[in-house]
Design a protein around this ligand. Structure first.
Ligand SMILES: Nc1ncnc2c1ncn2[C@@H]1O[C@H](COP(=O)(O)OP(=O)(O)OP(=O)(O)O)[C@@H](O)[C@H]1O
Ligand SMILES: [Mg+2]
Length: 419
C-alpha cells in the first residue's frame, strides 16, 4: 500500500464535511489528478516540438463518460498557457456550426498572445481576418447574425477566410493564427470537447486544416476529446485522419492511481484510510474517476473519524449509489424515448455477466434484435438516435456498447414500464 494511505498517528479525528475534498461532477477539477502523468508528459513534448517547428500531430483523447476527458483537456490547456501559448476551447454541440465557437476561441488565443507580441498591428491584422471569418455565417441564420457581434474591435478584412466554404476558410484562418504565434515563438492550441458532436462538414474541414498546417510546420494544434467512436468519426471523414492525429485512450484509473486520488487529498486534511476501506472503494468505483469522487465524497461524509474504515464505506455506498442514480445515470436515461429505453434494457440484459471488469462490453446488434423479437432493420432508428444522444457507441461494425460505465448494471435495477 502506498505511504500516503498509511494510518496517521492520531487515530480518531473528526471529519469535517466542509473540508470534504472530493469533487464528483462533470468537468469538476479533482483535488488530485491521478494517473495522467503519461498524458501530461506527452503533451509537454508536443508543445515543445510544435513551438520549434518540428512535425507533430494533433491530439485526440477518447474515453467513456466520466473518465476525466474534460478535466484532462482543461489541464492540458493550463499547461499550454504556462508555456505562453495562445489557447481557446470549444464544446461541440449537435447541430451547431463551428464558425462562431472557433472565432471566439481563437479570439481568446489572440488575446493571450497579444501582450507578448512586439507588433500590435500584426495581431490586429489577424483579428480583422478572424472577424471576417466569424461574420461569414450560414445564411439561414442571417437574422441571428444581425444581432450577433463577434466583439472584435477592428474592421473585418475581406478576401481571406471569408469564402463561405468552411474548409477553405479554416485553412486560411488557422494559417494566419499560427503566424501570429510564430512571431511570439510559441504556438496556438485549440481544444475541442465533445468532438464527436461536430457536424460532418466541420469534421472534414478541421481534418483538412490540420493536414495543411502539419505539412507547413505551422505552430497550431487541435486537441480534441470525445467518446470512444471519435476515431471512427474522423476516419469516415478523411481517410488520412489516422496518420493526422495521435490518439490517446483515457481509461479508468488503476488501483494505485485510484488510491492516490483518494489518499492524497485526504492526507492534506490529516485523514487516512484503512487498507480494506480502499479495497472496498476500488471494488465499488471500478477505478472510474467519477465514481472514485462520488464514493469518496459520500464515505467522507459518513465516516465519524480518521482512519476511514471499511464499515464507513459500506454505510456510505447506498447514498453514493442513490446520487449516481440521479445525477450520473438518471439524467442520461431521461433523454431516451420509451423505444430507446427498451433497446438499452435489452443491451443491459445481454451484458449481465460482464460489466464488472470490462469497461465497454460490445453487444452484437443482431443479438439485441433477437432478444427483442424484432428485425434488425426496424431497430436502426433507435440505435442511431441513441448514438446521436451519446448514450451508446459503435466501436466495431455490427456492435454497440454503452458510453456510460456501469450503465448496464444501473438499467438492470430499473423497473420495466409494465411493472
Ligand atoms: N485523473 C483523475 N483523478 C481523479 N479524479 C478525476 C480524474 N479525472 C477526472 N476526475 C473526476 O472525474 C469526474 C469526471 O471528470 P470529467 O467531467 O472530466 O469526465 P469526462 O470524461 O469529461 O466525462 P463526460 O464524457 O461525461 O463529459 C469529475 O468529478 C473529476 O473530478
Ligand atoms: Mg466531459
Amino acid at each position: 500500500m502506498s505511504t500516503v494511505c498509511a494510518r496517521s498517528p492520531d487515530t480518531v479525528r473528526d471529519m469535517d464535511p466542509v473540508r470534504n475534498p472530493y469533487a464528483p461532477g462533470a468537468g469538476q477539477r479533482p483535488p488530485e489528478l491521478a494517473g495522467r502523468d503519461r498524458e501530461l508528459g506527452v503533451f509537454d513534448v508536443v508543445l515543445e516540438r510544435v513551438a520549434r517547428g518540428r512535425p507533430e500531430r494533433s491530439l485526440i483523447l477518447t474515453g467513456l463518460r466520466g473518465v476525466g476527458k474534460t478535466v484532462l483537456l482543461n489541464t492540458l490547456r493550463s499547461q499550454a498557457i504556462g508555456r505562453l501559448w495562445g489557447t481557446g476551447k470549444i464544446e461541440a454541440r449537435p447541430g451547431q456550426s463551428l464558425r462562431r465557437p472557433v472565432s471566439a476561441a481563437l479570439h481568446m488565443a489572440a488575446r493571450e498572445l497579444a501582450p507578448h507580441h512586439r507588433a500590435p498591428d500584426r495581431v490586429d491584422t489577424f483579428l480583422s481576418v478572424l472577424k471576417a471569418f466569424a461574420l461569414r455565417d450560414n445564411p439561414s441564420t442571417a437574422r441571428l447574425r444581425e444581432r450577433w457581434q463577434p466583439g472584435i474591435d477592428v474592421p473585418a478584412a475581406s478576401g481571406r477566410a471569408d469564402s463561405g466554404d468552411i474548409e477553405i476558410d479554416l485553412v486560411e484562418l488557422f494559417t494566419d493564427a499560427a503566424s501570429v504565434a510564430t512571431d511570439v515563438g510559441t504556438g496556438i492550441a485549440l481544444f475541442i470537447d465533445e468532438m464527436q458532436d461536430l457536424a460532418p462538414a466541420d469534421v472534414s474541414a478541421l481534418c483538412a486544416a490540420c493536414h495543411e498546417l502539419s505539412q507547413t510546420g505551422a505552430p497550431l494544434i487541435v486537441v480534441g476529446a470525445g467518446l470512444p467512436h471519435l476515431p471512427a468519426v474522423l476516419s469516415a471523414s478523411k481517410s488520412y485522419s489516422e496518420r493526422l492525429f495521435r490518439y490517446q485512450r483515457i481509461d479508468r484509473l488503476d488501483r494505485d492511481a485510484a488510491d492516490r486520488a483518494l489518499c492524497a487529498p485526504a492526507g492534506r486534511e490529516g485523514v487516512s484510510y484503512d487498507a480494506d476501506a480502499l479495497d472496498a472503494l476500488y471494488a465499488a468505483s471500478g477505478g472510474y474517476p467519477y465514481f472514485v469522487q462520488a464514493y469518496g465524497k459520500a464515505t467522507w461524509d459518513h465516516a465519524p473519524g480518521s482512519p476511514v474504515t471499511v464499515a464507513d464505506v459500506r454505510v456510505a455506498a447506498p447514498e453514493a449509489e442513490a446520487e449516481l442514480a440521479v445525477g450520473f445515470f438518471g439524467s442520461r436515461y431521461e433523454r431516451a424515448t420509451p423505444a430507446e429505453r427498451e433497446y438499452m434494457r435489452a443491451m443491459a440484459m445481454l451484458t449481465a455477466d460482464g460489466d464488472h471488469d470490462d469497461m465497454s462490453l460490445a453487444v452484437p446488434t443482431a443479438e439485441i434484435a433477437r432478444a427483442l423479437g424484432r428485425r434488425p432493420a426496424s431497430l436502426s432508428p433507435a440505435r442511431d438516435a441513441l448514438i446521436k444522444k451519446g448514450l451508446i457507441y459503435s466501436g466495431e461494425r455490427g456492435t454497440v456498447a454503452f458510453t456510460v460505465p456501469h450503465f448496464g448494471r444501473y438499467l438492470r435495477t430499473q423497473p420495466t414500464p409494465d411493472g
